[in-house]
Design a protein around this ligand. Sequence first.
Ligand SMILES: [Zn+2]
Length: 147
Amino acid sequence: MPLLKQYQSRILENALMTTVGFFLLYVGKNLLLPVLKMVEKEVSPSTLMTTIILLLVILVMGLAYTISLLKKYKTKLLYLFGVYWNNKLQIYCPVCKNPTMYEKSSKDCDVYCVKCQKEIRLRNEENHSNIPIHEAKKIVKEKLSKN
Ligand SMILES: [Zn+2]
């Protein structure tokens, strides 16, 4: 992913988080507090505490579950020809694991990492020869379809 796009997605993520944060604060102040005050009059403090603790436990469990799901579906990278590949055949830098940029021609063996500012040559590990990107892609695609 080009650097500019990475920054754009970061800014979008931050804007989204801020909006959600303000929304939660607004809901907390204008809806939850009055409800809590009403409940306080009707329900004994110990019941209220138990309910709040139960809700917190459920919240924490939900968060843990969400994090475990996110980890599970995070793209797994395959190491082949001296670089990493995702399941969409995007090439990742072997050093920093950021997406690389390419490709000048169909015979080209090089990709470029913006972060490391380095060209990376795709190499066949078996005979140590260079391998063009489009050939490497075919082989990676076959390997991925077998998994
Ligand atoms: Zn890199």
